[in-house]
Design a protein around this ligand. Structure first.
Ligand code: NZQ
Ligand code: ZN
Length: 391
């Protein structure tokens, strides 16, 4: 196991009606004037936004609001939010929604207290200072409620890039599984896929002897395999929603990624797809993951065979472990299709003729320097070959 530091100071409030305490937590973590930041309207329609506002009012907190965050959030609204926060003297940013609203809130929180262009952070500058952030989560997926990351699409060039820094970890996150019951099945499935991807990105490691994190990842993947179909069949299953929601946080606050190298090829390859075609991140990952895993499998067949046996219950073929590794990837692919995810470029709305551009952007776009992948280092030709496997 490698040396590591791990600091995850987010205060989590989990369970039914927890959102009614949002005002209490904002006050506790130092906010006096709040920006409430949300998406395209689901939180208005569900009445959640009204309840959150009432809880701020009950604490005597002032607030301004900015809605309209799109899935795959854009830089334009971030600039607007930064301007609003400065003008109004906002000292706390509260995201009410999914990963997109949270990531946009994080970008605004960092940009408001930074003299330069907030996009610097998405070109590699670490975030060391930001306004405190709180979240009321409405979809189990991105894990942004506990992560030090934010992903934004820069509209000039449509580059989708991530920023990172401990200052981006939310001060508090409110996780009420009941809030996810209004999700359309497709979005629920996208979330399940993203959570599984966050686990696989960490599972694909070149670090030896990482049994504890291997086993935690396997347990979380098995939880998703168990709970995923239950929640697709019955969207009101609170207990299944609760397990998925907490798994989503554990999958991405990095408690199961410490002390080991990680991959992140699937995410880098996917982000080009959601940047250009505006598909849901999870849907993109469903198409990307089996292709990436098939392409890199030979680098460490036993790692894929281990996942196949321990996670997917495949039988070990001792004479030819590659068969087992392949069976595990096939089990993942079939599982994702069974919960309603797309299986190829066509179903995603992606175009074969764009492959050279996609591969080039993944390797050289914006600040990229020619290769990607922590498990296997892949160049532009490799990435193009991976995209071809998705057609
Ligand atoms: O915008 P509204 O109207 O709220 O609708 C949203 C949106 O259309 C809807 N939705 C959310 N909660 C709902 C609901 N509809 C009904 N009932 C509810 N309870 O679902 C749609 C998707 O929402 P979004 O916030 O985009 O989903 P998600 O949480 O999957 O976030 C995706 C973004 O997170 C990034 C992705 O790249 C993508 O841009 N990621 C962020 C990460 C991070 N910060 O650590 C890591 C991830 O790997 C990921 O890259
Ligand atoms: Zn993701």
């Amino acid at each position: 196991m490698n040396n590591f530091t791990f600091y995850s100071p987010t205060y989590f409030a989990f369970g039914k009606d927890a959102e009614n305490d949002a005002g209490k937590y904002v006050r506790r973590f130092g906010g006096t004037k709040v920006l409430i930041h949300y998406g395209g309207g689901s939180v208005v329609r569900s009445g959640l936004l009204g309840r959150v506002k009432a809880s701020l009012e009950a604490e005597g907190l002032g607030y301004v609001e900015l809605g309209g965050v799109k899935p795959n959030p854009r830089s334009g609204l971030v600039y607007e939010g930064i301007e609003l926060c400065r003008r109004e003297g906002v000292d706390f940013v509260l995201a009410v929604g999914g990963g997109s609203s949270i990531d946009s809130a994080k970008a605004i929180a960092a940009g408001t207290v930074y003299e330069g262009d907030f996009w610097d952070f998405y070109q590699g500058k670490p975030v060391v200072k930001a306004l405190p952030i709180g979240t009321v989560l409405t979809i189990a997926a991105a894990g942004s409620e506990g992560s030090p990351d934010s992903v934004i699409t820069y509209e000039d060039g449509m580059y989708k890039r991530g920023a990172s820094g401990e200052a981006l970890r939310p001060a508090f996150s409110i996780l009420n599984p009941a809030l996810t019951q209004t999700l359309p099945p497709y979005q629920t499935a996208c979330g399940i896929t993203d959570i599984m991807a966050h686990l696989y990105e960490r599972y694909l490691t070149n670090t030896k002897e990482v049994e504890v994190t291997d086993r935690v990842i396997e347990a979380l993947l098995k939880t998703m395999i168990h709970e995923g179909p239950r929640v697709i069949e019955n969207p009101d299953n609170y207990e299944a929603r609760a397990n998925i929601m907490w798994a989503g946080m554990l999958a991405h606050n990095n408690c199961c990624g410490v002390g080991r190298s990680q991959d992140w090829t699937s995410h880098d390859v996917e982000h080009e797809l959601s940047a250009i075609y505006d598909c849901a991140h999870g849907a993109g990952l469903a198409v990307v993951m089996p292709a990436v895993f098939t392409y890199v499998m030979k680098h460490d067949v036993m790692r894929f065979a281990q996942a196949a046996v321990r996670v997917w219950g495949c039988e070990m073929d001792f004479a030819n472990p590659e068969n087992t590794a392949k069976a595990g990837i096939e089990a993942l692919r079939r599982f994702l299709i069974s919960i309603g995810m797309p299986k190829n470029f066509a179903e995603l709305g992606a175009k074969e003729e764009d492959i050279p551009t996609l591969a080039h952007n993944a390797c050289y776009g914006d600040v990229r320097t020619g290769s990607l992948g922590g498990f296997v280092s892949l160049n532009e030709e490799d990435v193009a070959n991976i995209y071809k496997l998705m057609v």
